[in-house]
Design a protein around this ligand. Sequence first.
Ligand code: CMP
Length: 215
Amino acid sequence: MADDQLFQRFGKEFPQGTVLFREGEPGKEMYVVQHGRVHVSKNVGDVEKILATLGPGEFLGEMSILNNKPRSATATCADACKLLVIDAKTFEAMIRGNAEIAIRMIKKLSDRLAEANDQIQNLLFSDVSSRVVHYLATAAEKVPKGPTGHRLELRAPELAARVGVRTEQAEEVLGKLLKSKIVAVDPDGCLVADVSKLRHFLEFLQMKAQFGETT
Ligand code: CMP
């Protein structure tokens, strides 16, 4: 079915900031993003951690439907969004009737698992600085290098939400990286000229954590 036909049948528009569903609620529908971005997040105490930001071509809300379990996370429209809203029965019929859809979903789920593994590795760092630096290095490696370096459209509050720390903590680490000229910060995000410098800084932080301050 063509995109506009699909939208006519299943499409809905949602303003920016709409909470599509919250963690713990029962789930009856899944969503396919056609336009805009959706944040998937979890709250731990007073800190929100964004698990993923899903854009056009990606889907969410399939887990509850497939496993008959409550929503595993909260979904919020980061922009004004156009989404396909598909009920459980239609979703199952689509997968059964089209191997191509099933394969695409398996590929996306594999990417999600790889991403979750990166997040587990990040959480194994015991200090906030290492977690922020590791996140920046991993994120920078995923975007192609431009003439001046790897550009990340990520300001301190979003960086904090990705890592699951407070904004002031992310700002403090960014301040250190700026001072050491490892990262350049501007109002829209930051620029990593050389990822290996971030990796070296991470090694330094690990040594410091292991051996402590000796001077
Ligand atoms: P469901 O559990 O129904 O509701 C929350 C949805 O967020 C979930 O389905 C997935 O579609 C999505 N989701 C959960 N965890 C992750 C993750 N780590 N990365 C990307 N998407 C996720």
